[in-house]
Design a protein around this ligand. Sequence first.
Ligand SMILES: O=CN(O)C[C@@H](CC1CCCC1)C(=O)N1NCCC[C@H]1C(=O)Nc1ccccn1
Ligand code: NI
Length: 188
Amino acid sequence: MFLMDDIVRDGDPVLRQEAKKVKFPLSADDKKLAHNLMEYLEVSQNPELCEKYKLRAGVGLAAPQVGVSKMMASVLVPNDDENEKGKPLFKDVIINPVIVSNSVQRGALTEGEGCLSVDRDVPGYVPRSARITLKYQDVDGNEHKIRLKNYPAIVCQHEIDHLHGILFYDHINKDNPFKRDDDEVFIY
Ligand SMILES: O=CN(O)C[C@@H](CC1CCCC1)C(=O)N1NCCC[C@H]1C(=O)Nc1ccccn1
Ligand code: NI
């Protein structure tokens, strides 16, 4: 199981590398990696376990963040409204993901972004596409082509950035970190 000590921090070159495509069928190691990447999110989103293992709760984790430069990331976006308790907005390990199209409209999280690999607050909006069409393979090699919007779209873009050596603060406007374009949507 991954713990915070396994998470590579900003400054380590692996976070600035272009990750390698993953071959199918997955090797035993790659299957284990996929499992462990998702397990971290599940454990970290469980308050008792999160506390027990001293984790930072996360909604995504990319392989380079645990020192493995491969095109693989786990995404687990919880559904915070009560009625659909338990059913996440999006849950999968995205392998060899490609954003095949994105909306002209931009979107950003109102509270900005952070990163488990960045141990400092970097204030500012991280402008991203408000909606994306994402193509990826799951651990069984099945191809998926899905449209995402709002928070799940933001999370996936953050993870895919990791696979290309990009960190969230690379997108923050230097002169005006909280610059708002009028057509931007802000996601809570
Ligand atoms: O590459 C992946 N990462 O760096 C983990 C990041 C990914 C998200 C950051 C913005 C979009 C994707 C992450 O999850 N966080 N960033 C740092 C600390 C907070 C934490 C977080 O947002 N936690 C959370 C949110 C809602 C519910 C439960 N937990
Ligand atoms: Ni991150």
